[in-house]
Design a protein around this ligand. Structure first.
Ligand SMILES: Cc1ncc(COP(=O)(O)O)c(C=O)c1O
Length: 356
């Protein structure tokens, strides 16, 4: 392939690419199956009328029950086309052109386009190995219209310390600015319980994609006690996409009823894969931050573009350029594939690094 093709590397070249002999560390979706209740509940579903824009009542009641510790009501939720739509509606509801949104890098690759498509500007807080520098945060928060936190993070797999999260809650509360918390990986944490950011100024973004392995069903939601944000999101959604797929919402409702052992057993699998890939990369001498949640790892490599290109072209291994996530000297590996494939992929990385 000519060099210009290498320069054009983009996620769309790899999304959905499968084939004989290809090992993909690219895709950010669970390879594990969804709960069986999610599949069986679809068989007798026959109500395909338009649904409520905010989301089906039983699903929102189920979510309110999940969030009962925070006195949530079903009217605090908007069920969306994945967390992706929840993020978009939230930014549109809270921001105006030229506003600055404070976030931390490395970041999920849709954040920057989502902010910029809404004519706002991203403002980055300093981080060290993926962890937020809280003093820098406190300074920059004054300039921001809103803050976006993602813990555990895609692409680092790092979680923010609880004391940092509590300071962020307080600083944003005192400034009276919305705190958007993308918690799509909240159930996939290996080091401690999740600490959910909360308060009247918090907008929680979540999804059934990762916890319940339902990425293609496209069900997510936003949760906020601020009725003006919820109402605005519903108004925007009325004209943008209308209700979220009603059958998928039923599946999500059944996912909520899944015994918690389902998620616990999957977390054990994720953790054992995390150990294999982290230890494997340390043995290869790669500079890497230990993932504490989600299913990503972000090693530093020499010439990341050559790495991603050659690993794909010569070794049939898909990885993602760190540059897409605001980490230009790194590459992202997703370990959403079985242990044997992870080990095989690591051997290929070793071969590449040794120049063979
Ligand atoms: C941090 C983060 N937020 C949001 C999303 C979007 O998720 P959904 O499938 O619910 O739209 C992803 C997907 O990879 C993600 O990693």
């Amino acid at each position: 392939m000519p060099i210009s093709d290498m320069q054009r590397l983009s996620p769309s070249m790899f999304i959905g690419v499968r084939g004989k002999g290809i090992i993909s560390f690219g895709s950010g979706q669970p390879d594990l199956p969804p709960p069986k209740e999610v599949l069986s509940c679809a068989a007798d579903y026959d109500d395909f009328k338009y649904g409520l824009i905010a989301g089906q009542t039983d699903l929102r009641e189920g979510l309110a029950h999940e969030f009962r510790k925070f006195n949530a009501s079903k009217d605090d939720f908007v069920v969306t086309n994945g967390a992706s739509e929840a993020l978009d509606l939230t930014f549109r509801a809270i921001g105006n052109p030229k506003d600055k949104i404070l976030l931390h890098a490395p970041y999920y690759y849709s954040y920057k386009p989502l902010i910029e498509l809404n004519h706002m500007t991203p403002l980055f807080v300093k981080t060290d190995k993926g962890k937020i520098d809280i003093d820098d945060f406190a300074d920059k928060a004054h300039e921001a219209k809103a803050v976006l936190i993602n813990s555990p993070s895609n692409p680092t797999g790092r979680i923010q310390e609880i004391k940092t999260l509590k300071r962020i809650e307080k600083i944003t509360h005192d400034l009276g600015i919305p705190l958007v918390s993308d918690e799509v990986y909240k159930d996939l944490i290996y080091e401690r319980e999740n600490y959910m950011l909360s308060g009247s100024h918090v907008v929680t973004i979540n999804s059934f994609s990762k916890t319940f392995a339902m990425c293609g069903a496209r069900v997510g939601y936003l949760y906020s006690n601020d009725r003006s944000i919820v109402d605005k999101a519903i108004e925007l959604k009325t004209h943008a996409s209308m209700n979220t797929n009603v059958l998928a919402q039923r599946m999500a409702y059944y996912a909520l009823k899944t015994p918690k052992e389902f998620v616990e057993s999957q977390v054990k699998i994720w953790k054992s894969r995390r150990d294999i890939i982290y230890e494997g990369m340390c043995k290869l001498g790669l500079d890497v931050w230990k993932p504490e949640g989600a299913f990503y790892i972000l090693p530093k490599v020499k010439s990341p573009r050559d790495f991603v290109w050659n690993m794909f072209k010569k070794h049939k291994v898909i990885t993602y350029l760190g540059e897409w996530f605001g980490a230009k000297d790194r590459v992202r590996f997703s370990y959403a594939l079985d242990a044997g494939k992870i080990e095989e992929g690591l051997k290929k990385v070793e071969t590449y690094l040794s120049g063979r």
